[in-house]
Ligand binder design. Structure first.
Ligand code: GLA
Length: 385
């Protein structure tokens, strides 16, 4: 029997109506582009969050996580208000509570649910554990209540829960990756139209491996630095008379930079525009089966995030530099930054050497040991049981 379903039964004294799962993600390229209406190329991880769930008719939401020893949090659906979250609807519970609120706020009829959550997506590692929880909950509730949302609509609703209820001003990339990714593919996302293309991305067949290096430096997107980056992009677009930085073409970059006085703003714009271009070029290389040639663009993307966007940290820089020096084709931080994980594209048989080199470098620098795991592009959210 599915473990989440089993534990649901132990906890609530009856069986769930189903179990739904949604994965964490790694972004291959296209960082800090999603709130600029730009492009991104994430893929889903095999690690996922499972939600066992059943409907209720009394307007009550009961939430429980396998990671929390105490009993379920009980919430009154009509009291879910982002301005005054009820007691208990904070921490991890804010995510599923936020989803229920977003569904009701969109006028979708939800009359309550019992939920039990079980996840192996690492938290605070920049691998979108929050999006996995939001998307799994959204899929569970929309399926249970027969609400006909498309996957992009589902992702947008999950994002709204995070923006408006949890209070994190993220873009839509993580939720789209979790909701829409397919096995063996990267997901090319246009974050303006939410159009998607599934790009074959089979590292194993090419003798390659992708390593995820979790620096174990906890990142926190709510801490203001992310919101400041976002604001300076929007200000720069307005100063250039554009709806979004997405509308600044790569070959118009130098001219546009000359029109901006503020050096920090210039650097932010340069990152976003060159990053969108890297997404385009990496998609072309993947389509042509030239996977190894994406490496230098990955490392270039890291330098841009480190120097122009200023969202890296010493541990991420060390992981990237060491993996590249140990023979990786290319490496970069992935996700929002300020900690979290890096990814590295290597020959499959170089794994022991790269792992040894990065582990040694962390030890010598006095950092706690990183967690290094191979990642293969996996499927998106689905009903399990
Ligand atoms: C976080 C956000 C995403 C995106 C990335 C940076 O993961 O949740 O929306 O902005 O940072 O690319």
């Amino acid at each position: 029997m599915n473990r989440a379903a089993h534990d649901f039964r132990e906890l609530y004294g009856y069986g769930p109506e189903g179990v739904w799962a949604a994965p964490g993600r790694v972004n291959l390229i296209g960082e800090h582009t999603d709130y600029n209406d730009g492009f991104a190329l994430p893929f889903a991880l095999p690690q996922r969050t499972e939600v066992a769930a059943a409907r209720r008719t009394d307007g009550t939401l009961r939430l429980h996580s396998a990671d929390v020893p105490s009993g379920p949090v009980t919430l009154d659906l009509s009291a879910l208000d982002p301005a005054h979250p009820p007691q208990g609807a904070d921490g991890w519970a804010a995510y599923p509570a936020g989803v229920a609120w977003a569904l009701l706020d969109a006028g979708l009829p939800v009359s309550g649910a019992d939920l039990h959550v079980r996840s192996d997506v690492p938290t605070g590692a920049g691998l979108s554990s929050s999006a996995a929880l939001e998307v799994a909950t959204t899929l569970a509730l929309t399926d249970l209540y027969g609400l006909p949302l498309t996957r992009p609509e589902l992702a947008a609703l999950a994002r709204r829960a995070e923006n408006a209820y949890v209070g994190v001003p993220c873009g839509v990339m993580d939720q789209m990756a979790s909701a829409c990714a397919t096995d063996g593919h990267a997901l090319h996302l246009d974050t303006r139209s939410l159009d998607q293309r599934h790009i074959p991305f089979d590292c194993a067949a090419a003798g390659l491996r992708l390593l995820v290096i979790d620096t174990r430096v906890k990142h926190d997107l709510a801490d203001g630095a992310y919101a400041r980056r976002r604001a300076s992009c929007h200000e720069a677009a307005a100063a250039l008379g554009l709806p979004a930085l997405r509308d600044l073409p790569y070959d118009g970059l130098e001219q546009a930079l000359a029109r901006l006085d503020d050096p920090v703003r210039r650097r932010r714009v340069r990152h976003v525009v060159t990053e969108n271009e890297r997404v385009v070029r990496i998609e072309e290389l993947l389509r042509a089966g030239r996977l190894r040639e994406t490496g230098p663009l990955l490392s270039e993307g890291h330098a841009s995030l480190r120097d122009d966007y200023e969202v890296s940290c010493p541990e991420l820089d060390l992981a990237v530099a060491t993996a590249d020096a140990a023979g990786a084709y290319g490496s970069r931080m992935t996700g929002g930054g300020f900690g979290g994980s890096a990814l590295s594209l290597i020959d499959a048989d170089a794994e022991p050497e790269v792992v040894r080199a990065v582990t040694r470098a962390f030890r010598e620098a006095g950092h706690p040991p990183p967690r290094i795991t191979p990642a293969a592009p996996s499927g998106g959210a689905a009903r399990l049981v």
